[in-house]
Design a protein. Structure first.
Length: 383
């Protein structure tokens, strides 16, 4: 595997961070592109990249912060071009603005079935984090992906604006889009890990009224007033403040807890809107954290990778924007913690997201998470 990584900022323009491709740019099969929403609307970006990487699949999205090496960037563009020496990839996308009444489970099924199946090792997913209900999409993938194929990915972001979060799928970034990358080959090793680092507090309550990702009642009480009573002044500036106080959910028949982040409120209805489904009957608890817990969880996610694999050549980090809101200026510490575990030979790329797709920590069925650091670690072996 050969990798080239660059970043663009208004101050420095294009800067090369790593270049192991050399004269092989024309053979790169994949270019990952992460950047600020407005910057990804520039058609010259794709024209210039296509001239340099003529056969590559362009895949990426808008973000709530770009990860390039150990740096956390804002209002930037990062590109990571990859030449797989003994493996292959394929990408497929669906632009849902062309299918306004599409069923998301059917969309997931169509995407998976459109990928070649022979030697398929892993599916990496990027989806619009505002227009698309990630929970429903993930359910669709869960229904059709065979057990031996891994999956990971995330939902695009728009920093704290929550207006538009487009996805790149071989054309200029488009909203309401889902793209998948199929990774193939016996030489390919793909490992995933996901950790949260949040603690529950307060009494357990039951979700008694909800609709998809909108929560109306906990224990028969209107959800918004309950939140305001628990959190007081901490809950005034929604969603900028609410991302620091997610909820933890456990299904009736389950043992795994998943985290959900508030992305909006409806004062008239007294409801909370989350970045994922909040099913009726779930047990719910409020959550809190601090920088030390979050950094430690990122470190443990990297250590989880190394329990079952060697040091990766490429690591795609997808961390929830809620973690960024909780750590503020200390946010890059979780990226540095992962770099300390993997070492400088591993290329780090990725972004801060509105949701992360990964298995639970014990490797069982995958889910849409919030508030996690999710790592997709990729290497090529001898085959």
């Amino acid at each position: 595997m050969k990798i080239l990584q660059r970043r663009w900022t208004a101050v420095d323009n294009w800067q090369t961070v790593r270049d192991l491709l050399g004269d092989l740019k024309h053979r790169a099969q994949l270019v990952l592109i992460f950047g600020a929403t407005e910057l990804l609307k520039n058609p010259n970006l794709y024209k210039d990249l296509r001239e340099e990487f003529p056969i590559a699949e362009f895949v990426g999205c808008a973000t709530a912060g770009e990860i390039c090496g150990t740096e956390l960037l804002n209002d930037s563009i990062t590109i990571t071009a990859v030449y797989f020496e003994r493996s292959s990839i394929a990408s497929k996308a669906i632009f849902l603005d062309q299918y306004p009444h599409a069923n998301l489970r059917a969309v997931a099924k169509e995407l998976v079935e459109s990928l070649p199946q022979d030697d398929l090792v892993h599916v990496f997913v990027l989806s619009d984090g505002i227009e698309i209900n990630g929970s429903v999409l993930v359910k669709g993938f869960r229904e059709v992906l065979p057990d031996h194929v891994g999956i990971s990915g995330g939902l695009s972001g728009d920093y704290y604006r929550f207006k538009e979060a487009p996805v790149i799928a071989n054309v200029m970034a488009c909203k309401n889009t889902v793209v998948v990358i199929g990774l193939y080959g016996r030489a390919l090793r793909v490992m995933t890990a996901s950790r949260a680092g949040w603690e529950e507090f307060g009494a357990e309550k039951q979700v008694t009224k909800s609709d998809g990702n909108t929560l109306y009642e906990l224990d028969g009480e209107s959800a918004l007033p309950l939140y305001e009573r628990y959190l007081g002044d901490s809950f005034k500036d929604v969603p900028a403040s609410s991302i620091q106080y997610p909820i933890s959910l456990k299904k009736k028949d389950g043992t795994d807890w998943i985290t959900r982040t508030i992305i909006n409120i409806n004062r008239e209805a007294g409801s909370l809107v989350f970045a994922g489904d909040v099913p009726v009957g779930c047990t719910a608890r409020l959550m809190k954290t601090d920088t030390e817990l979050l950094v430690d969880s990122a470190r443990k996610a990297a250590q989880d990778i190394l329990k079952n694999s060697s040091y990766p050549e490429l690591a795609i980090l997808i961390s929830c924007f809620g973690r960024r809101g909780a750590m503020l200026q200390d946010c890059s510490k979780e990226i540095e913690a992962i770099n300390t575990v993997f070492g400088d030979e591993t290329t780090l790329t990725g972004f801060y997201s509105y949701g992360e797709i990964a298995p639970f920590r014990d490797g069982r069925e995958f889910e849409l998470h919030n508030q996690t650091m999710t790592i997709t670690a990729i290497s090529e072996g001898a085959g």
